[in-house]
Ligand binder design. Structure first.
Ligand SMILES: Cc1ncc(COP(=O)(O)O)c(C=O)c1O
Length: 347
């Protein structure tokens, strides 16, 4: 898209394009020849009857992002960002990552034929390093968290394009398609609430932006789902900020969780995350670390879903929200399964 779009008919989105590129009218890549697609997006919104009944909810759906090409929702943002930056002339990419963004960056850089330089904490499951290397990326590991990976990247950085979470605009552009798809799959309406496992916050921020765009072009009205950030109690800077009524997110010391993608002690876009939570009327919820494995098992046994630990934090977070009365039994709720569990089972 290279023009200002004021109104769009749903029919203008090509129904035969079963990827996020059905919304290319609302995406930043100007020339189709720069679209580096592996078929990302247009993932199923699974109605989870047995899990819904387990939690006592009227409607529970899981947006199953494990079906993306590299098995996580990171493909949305990184496909759009790498396509756009390549169009702008980028010749190499770098980023610090908790794992899934690294694999995604490596794959789309391979599609574009440009090198990728990845920085990850050394305790990230080995399968993430192996996948990046398989796609031809150069990986570097460090002690500590993704914040330490970022510091190391900044020291090493040459003329590489930095794709760090929310430090460039196009990953959020890709993530906003989550909102487009959820609304379209619900017949251009929105659920009562969406629960997002939250680390750096691209999904939350992207969904909020996507909903605003849908309203601006006349596809939905002023109604909004309440957005909830779910985090592990071992690293919950957004939850703490929400409980304090703060506008910004203060760094969390010694963040520790097996939901590696949520181990983001100091999200760069804290202010935007908090704004989306407050404006939507939602909130933030912490989950005890021991609930993660139990919830992964529950989703597998009740629904045949292979969810990642981060998504387990989302589902367990929903359970806590129901218990505390913040989500009502009569509501229609979407939880993001942000990725597949397979990469976390060490080979
Ligand atoms: C599987 C998974 N879920 C959730 C997240 C958190 O996403 P965000 O950083 O957009 O909040 C990550 C980030 O690495 C992830 O890998």
């Amino acid at each position: 898209m290279n023009q200002v779009v004021e109104s769009v008919d749903a029919e203008e989105f090509p129904a035969d394009v079963n990827s996020l590129w059905r919304y290319s009218l609302l995406l930043p890549v100007t020339s189709p020849s720069f679209v580096l697609s592996l078929g990302e997006g247009w993932t199923p919104l699974v109605l989870t009857r047995r899990l819904g009944t387990y939690y006592g909810l009227r409607v529970l759906r899981v947006k199953d992002e494990s079906r993306n090409p590299t098995l996580s929702f990171k493909d949305r943002g990184l496909c759009v960002a790498i396509s756009k930056h390549t169009e702008l002339g980028a010749t190499a990419f770098t980023l610090p990552s908790a794992g899934n963004a690294a694999v995604s960056t490596s794959a789309y850089s391979a599609v574009g034929g440009v090198p990728a330089f990845i920085f990850m904490p050394e305790d990230t499951p080995q399968s993430f390093f192996q996948d990046c290397q398989m796609y031809g990326a150069i990986t570097t590991s460090n002690p500590g968290t993704i914040s330490d990976s970022a510091a190391l990247m900044r020291k090493s950085k040459e003329s590489w394009t930095d794709l760090s979470t929310t430090k460039e605009p196009y990953r959020v552009e890709g993530k906003k398609t989550l909102a487009f798809e959820i609304a379209e799959q619900m017949g251009w309406s929105v659920p009562d609430a969406i629960v997002c496992p939250t680390g750096g916050g691209t999904a939350l921020i992207g969904i909020w932006k996507g909903l605003d765009e849908l309203e601006a072009i006349g596809l939905i009205g002023t109604e909004r789902p309440r957005l909830y950030a779910a985090q592990s109690g071992g690293c919950a800077p957004v939850v703490r900020a929400f409980e304090m009524g703060a506008d910004t997110v203060e760094p969390w010391k010694n963040g520790e969780t097996k939901a590696y993608g949520l181990r983001v002690p100091s999200p760069f876009a804290g202010r935007l995350i908090m704004r989306a939570l407050y404006r939507s009327g939602g909130g933030a919820v912490a989950v005890a670390e021991h609930e993660i494995a139990a919830t992964v098992n529950l989703a597998a046994k009740l629904e045949g879903l292979d969810i990642c630990p981060e998504a387990a934090v989302g589902l367990a977070g929903l359970s806590n929200l129901i218990e505390s009365g913040q989500v009502d039994y009569d509501e229609d709720v979407v939880v993001l399964n942000t990725g597949s569990g397979v990469k976390y089972r060490q080979i």
